[in-house]
Design a protein around this ligand. Structure first.
Ligand SMILES: *Cc1c(COP(=O)(O)O)cnc(C)c1O
Length: 378
């Protein structure tokens, strides 16, 4: 099946009881046993739930993975993956990543004896040099949040395999429509389904897709043991969102390309970060491994941020991304406030950096809105 068809059908089948075409929301905590010692397919909703299983199956189908799992948030998914490791293990992570992931790694998981090295994953030698005898995981985010840096997945997975190191790619920014990391040898894919997979800014959720049975068993064990699972209602909302994923991603990317070009010509913009622009330093790798460039653009601006933001009417000042509504945010004080100043500085998240999540509105309206912001900040 092609991607568009999979988006509609993977994981779903008409409800066996009623024929309902929409997967029911199995809003139940527990399931009655068939007999003593004979549970049905599901026994308790933390362990598994039919609506959640349908979502896991749908995402696994889109990523081309072995099994998919839905979590209560993107951070619950990250936390669960990190628990594949144990005290004494070392992790190499990209240095500009989602602020919450950075905080979990550097301020929480270090308390449990995990050791992290944050580097830009753009150079084979640099990665080789960062590997220690106890390195067990390489954490990748591509395109990264908020600088849209691109990591060559094939290059990293080759190094990792040679050194028996597990790899995880946070695929939130691309969604499986534009990038399927498992195709490049990555072991695990992680998502904040809060973003593009759900796509409507009305759910907090996460997902993990595995590449083999052993990892599937481990992730299921951790999900159940740690209680990081998604609820049936949230699972259903993400399942519904996925049906329109290809349509939405195409529109996000089309709008983003037009807006990135407009911003490149705008004198108050010092720098535009969008992997679809040939001037972006990761463009060639992005072109090679992705089917599209997504809907997030970051810019460094040369005018008063406050009055620029005040001049906007359609772009709303809010964290998050990937929804129908266009959003704009100041990385240093909002999405990446969880990162300390030194880490922000090191990874290039400066105070003049603004991140835009391009929504599904008309691109001319969005460009006019930005133009008004720039006029307001002159
Ligand atoms: C939002 C986000 C997360 C965290 O997801 P939540 O659903 O907010 O917990 C992780 N990674 C990336 C790239 C994100 O954008």
């Amino acid at each position: 099946m092609k991607f568009d068809t999979k988006s509609v059908h993977e994981g779903r089948k008409p409800d066996p009881l009623t024929g309902a075409i929409s997967t029911p929301i199995y809003q139940t905590s527990t399931f009655v046993f068939e007999d003593y010692g004979k549970p049905g397919e599901h026994d308790y909703s933390r362990t598994s739930n039919p609506t959640r299983s349908a979502l896991g199956e749908a995402i696994a189908g889109l990523e081309g993975g072995h099994q998919g799992f839905a979590f209560s948030s993107g951070m619950a998914a990250v936390t669960t993956v990190i628990h594949l490791l144990k005290a004494g293990d070392h992790i190499i992570s990209c240095d500009d990543l989602y602020g919450g992931s950075h905080r979990l790694f550097s301020e929480i998981m270090t308390k449990f004896g995990l050791d992290f090295t944050f580097i830009r994953l753009d150079d084979e030698k640099k990665i080789q040099d960062a590997i220690k005898p106890n390195t067990k995981l390489i954490w990748i985010e591509t395109p990264s949040n908020p600088l849209l840096n691109i990591t060559d997945l094939e290059m990293v997975s080759k190094i990792a395999k040679e050194n028996e190191i597990l790899t995880t790619a946070d695929n939130t920014f691309s969604s499986p429509y534009f990038l399927r990391p498992l195709e490049y040898g990555i072991d695990l894919v992680m998502h904040s389904t809060t973003k593009y997979l759900n796509g409507h800014s009305d759910v907090i959720g996460g997902a993990v897709v595995t590449s083999n049975e052993e990892l599937s068993e481990e992730i299921q064990f951790l999900l159940n043991g740690m209680g990081t699972n998604a609820s049936p209602l949230d699972s259903w909302l993400v399942l519904r969102g996925i049906k329109t994923l290809p349509l939405r991603m195409n529109k996000h990317a089309e709008n983003a390309m037009k807006i990135a070009q407009y911003l490149t010509d705008q004198p108050q913009v010092k720098e535009v970060f969008y992997p679809g622009l040939p001037s972006h330093k990761g463009h060639e790798i992005a072109k090679k491994q992705m089917d599209g460039y997504g809907g997030v653009i970051s810019i460094k601006i040369d005018s008063d941020i406050k009055s620029f933001l005040k001049g906007l009417k359609i772009f709303q000042l809010a964290e998050s991304l990937g929804g129908a509504d266009s959003l704009i945010e100041h990385a240093a004080t909002m999405s990446h406030a969880a990162m300390n100043e030194e880490a922000r500085k090191k990874s290039g998240i400066t105070d003049d950096l603004i991140r835009l999540s391009i929504g599904l509105e008309d691109s001319d309206d969005l460009i006019n809105d930005l133009e008004k912001g720039f006029q307001n900040s002159k």
